[in-house]
Design a binder for this molecule. Structure first.
Ligand SMILES: *Cc1c(COP(=O)(O)O)cnc(C)c1O
Length: 357
């Protein structure tokens, strides 16, 4: 190794889901929303004055912050925005997890957490989910596991399992001395948000995103809500890293997405209905899974290995996510598309599972 290479920060990067580009594909592999963004977003994009791109954007992102604060009935000083929730989470890791005790998160969870922990040299400990792929709250109590912070998604990914607000609160009650982050990337699809708890717990950060429920994965908008104190500390780190994280386009289109609540609620309702119907269909095809409150189902087939199904689907240009990892290598994570997409997906499965293979 060259001398300079010894000085390189060596990391094993996160591997995002594949972004194939086939004209006839059914893309159920990265939990994107199958519906377009709200109509106002299209309008705002058409009306965007290109001349303004000469100018730096508002470093405080105040328009977007204000509209999010208004929507969730919190103060603007309790909202932080970033380039997708990945950016928000990375800033939060950098800001809050600087101790020597380990950061705690589940063994089966969003696979970016361990990557950030390695990147920022944060010690961490992965706590196994129980046999039903549920988080056991007491495993995270500080008197049971000494820790320097906690993060988990609710609903969890890739399992889709929801934790009740009571259980989330029990983790907070037993961890007054560290920051607890609840990553609510999928909360809009029917789970209960921990947001009301930010008034009671100064150390709680709730992180959400426009990528899934608001159909804007391509625009990169995420946000965090918490006490003014937490948000101030995050802003200090942000301004020490990159003052202009949010570009002008993201700021104006993001505002439009939040304004159209009727469209938001309608698309959520459609996705939830489709999900519940897909659950029934998958059961009938001998798939097994724990209940999901997200826009995906994490399922295993009683007879046929997940990898085999994954590859057959792939050949047919139907993309789902498969993780070759301990405990979950016989599962498929299936995002919920439109009703029509899910019909084609299920038709394929019916034929495939009946064939001799
Ligand atoms: C999708 C996802 C994110 C990141 O989403 P962004 O597109 O960066 O907003 C964060 N956490 C979980 C659990 C996710 O599934």
């Amino acid at each position: 190794m060259k001398k300079w290479e010894e000085l390189v920060r060596k990391v094993v990067p996160y591997v995002p889901g594949e972004q194939p580009d086939q004209p006839d594909m059914i893309k159920l592999n990265t939990n994107e929303n199958p519906y377009p963004p709200a109509p106002g977003v299209q309008r705002a994009l058409r009306e965007l004055d290109v001349d303004t791109l000469r100018l730096y954007p508002d470093p405080t992102s105040s328009q977007l912050v204000d509209v999010i604060a208004g929507y969730y009935q919190v103060s603007s000083s309790q909202v932080f925005v970033g380039v997708g929730s990945d950016d928000v989470l990375a800033m939060a890791f950098m800001t809050f997890f600087n101790g020597t005790d380990p950061l705690l998160f589940p063994d089966i969870t969003y696979s970016f957490y361990d990557v950030w922990a390695d990147l920022f040299r944060i010690p961490y400990q992965q706590i196994p989910l129980n046999d039903k792929f549920q988080i056991e709250p007491s495993d995270y109590f500080s008197e049971n596991t000494r820790n320097g912070g906690i993060i988990f998604p609710n609903p969890n990914a890739p399992t889709g399992a929801e934790m009740t607000q009571r259980d989330v609160e029990s983790i907070l009650q037993h961890n007054p001395d560290v920051v607890v982050i609840v990553d609510e990337a999928y909360v809009d699809f029917g789970a209960e948000s921990a947001l009301p708890l930010i008034e009671k717990y100064e150390n709680l950060l709730v992180v959400q995103t426009f990528s899934k429920s608001r159909s804007m994965a391509g625009m990169r908008i995420g946000y965090a809500m918490g006490s003014e104190k937490l948000i101030n500390y995050m802003n200090d780190v942000k301004y020490s890293f990159n003052s202009y994280t949010m570009d002008r386009t993201a700021l104006s289109l993001g505002v439009e997405a939040v304004k159209d609540d009727a469209y938001f609620k309608k698309t959520l309702k459609d996705i939830i209905e489709t999900r519940e119907w897909v659950k029934e269909e998958l059961k009938a095809l001998d798939f097994v899974f724990e209940d999901s409150k997200a826009n995906f189902i994490f399922a295993s087939h009683k007879m046929v290995p997940a990898k085999e199904i994954y590859e057959a689907l792939r050949q047919a240009h139907i993309y789902v996510r498969y993780f070759q990892k301990p405990r979950i290598d016989n599962y498929l994570r299936i995002s919920i598309g439109t009703r029509e997409e899910m019909e084609l997906f299920l038709d394929f499965l019916k034929k495939f599972l009946k064939s001799d293979r």
